[in-house]
Each structure stands twice: as structure tokens, then as C-alpha cells.
Write a protein that binds this ligand. Structure first.
Ligand SMILES: *Cc1c(COP(=O)(O)O)cnc(C)c1O
Length: 220
């Protein structure tokens, strides 16, 4: 597995304006360092403890994205440094992030996770709940967080039409709020489906195994 080559060839194929989150969960520091050496600065992790350990050991100009499910009681461990939290699935969680961001005198960027897959195992809001969250934030703003976009995961299936439908449903919700909520990030697409996601309007992809090789543990 040549991480640097994988990364460079992936980047050379990406259209302009697409941000790449290199998903380094379960991978050792040396692997992240290889990506860093060829200029990569955005890394995604799905466990706060693992991300914090890596953050301590690696250069401070890395932007750390939390892409996993976030437990409220662990927000404090990443509040001082996290650059973008993708998986917001409750207003309570947003309030906790707001509180911890305030303690750190920061404003933390967040994405609302939308449940677009048919699998019930995946987290996220449905379309109506998204409307409720934005309405609530309009009424009672949380000054230390900024909702900058939406994130979603398609079903784990070979059925490309279904995946496409799911991505397009997320893009539609994004378009609904893009201008009124000043959204700029649509995070969708992983190793297996990022090309389709970009076709459907994604501007941020989260790619792990395509860069770092297969993981021993399944994606969560
Ligand atoms: C693991 C993970 C990814 C990356 O998965 P790959 O298939 O290895 O690219 C992307 N997004 C989320 C939320 C993940 O948990």
C-alpha cells in the first residue's frame, strides 16, 4: 500500500473545489505522517480518544475532523482543537458543543448529519427534524457553534441507483437551506462512492481505505 501515491493520484483526479478528508481511523501515526509529508492537512477520525492521541503527536497545522458518532460527555476532549464535527444528530449535542467551545473561546464548525440510507443503523436527522433544528437555531442562536453544512452516508449496497437517489435527496435538502442558513459544506462520498457523490453535488468527500488500505475493523 503506497499511501503517498494513492493520495496524490486521488487528488489529481478530483475536480476543483472538492475538499478531501483523509479518513485515518484505526491507522498508525506513521501512516498519517506519510500523508502529511506530501502536503495533506485534513484528517478524519471516528473516535474522540484516538483522534486526541494522534492530535497530540502530530503537527499542529492539521485540521482534525470528527466524522463518527459523538457522545456528549466526550465533546470536552476535542473542543480545544477540532476543526469540523460532521455527525451532529441532536440539538442537545449542539448545545454541549456550544458550551465546550465557549470554555475554549472558540467557535466550532459543525455539520448536521442527515439520515438518507435505508439502513436504520445509521444516525442522523430526517428532513423534518432538520427544519426543526434550523428553526430552533434561528430562534435561539448558539454563538459558539456554526452549522456550515450537512453530512450523509448512503446505504451500503451495490445498487448504484439507490445510492444516487439517496445522495440526490441530501443535495435537495442542502439546496433548500443553503442560502438562508449560509451553508457551504456538503459532506458525502466515501472510497466506494465518492465519484457518484461528487456528481450529485458533494463538495467534501471522506476517503479512508482508498488512501490507507483496508482496515481490520469494519467502518462504523
Ligand atoms: C470510515 C468512514 C469513512 C471512510 O470509509 P472508506 O470506505 O474507508 O473510505 C467515511 N465516512 C465515515 C463516516 C466513516 O466512518
Amino acid at each position: 500500500m503506497n499511501i503517498q501515491k494513492n493520495l496524490q493520484s486521488l487528488k489529481s483526479q478530483l475536480p476543483e473545489g472538492i475538499d478531501l478528508v483523509a479518513v485515518s481511523k484505526t491507522k498508525p501515526i506513521e501512516d498519517l505522517h506519510k500523508a502529511y509529508e506530501v502536503g495533506h492537512r485534513i484528517f478524519g477520525e471516528n473516535k474522540i480518544q484516538e483522534m486526541s492521541q494522534k492530535q497530540e503527536q502530530l503537527p499542529k497545522d492539521i485540521q482534525w475532523h470528527m466524522i463518527g458518532h459523538v457522545q456528549r460527555n466526550k465533546v470536552k476532549y476535542m473542543a480545544s482543537y477540532v476543526s469540523l464535527i460532521h455527525g451532529i444528530d441532536s440539538l442537545k449535542l449542539l448545545k454541549e458543543i456550544n458550551k465546550q467551545a465557549l470554555k475554549n473561546e472558540r467557535v466550532i464548525d459543525c455539520l448536521l448529519q442527515v439520515h438518507i440510507a435505508q439502513e436504520s443503523s445509521k444516525f442522523g436527522f430526517d428532513e423534518n427534524e432538520i427544519a426543526t433544528v434550523f428553526a430552533e437555531l434561528d430562534l435561539h442562536p448558539l454563538p459558539n457553534i456554526r452549522v456550515v453544512g450537512l453530512m450523509g452516508m448512503a446505504s451500503f449496497t451495490e445498487n448504484i441507483e439507490q445510492v444516487k437517489e439517496e445522495f440526490l435527496s441530501l443535495k435537495k435538502i442542502y439546496d433548500t437551506y443553503q442560502s438562508s442558513q449560509k451553508l457551504s459544506v456538503l459532506s458525502m462520498g466515501m472510497s466506494g462512492d465518492y465519484e457518484l457523490a461528487i456528481e450529485c453535488g458533494s463538495n467534501m468527500i471522506r476517503v479512508g481505505s482508498r488512501i490507507f488500505g483496508e482496515r481490520n475493523t469494519p467502518p462504523q
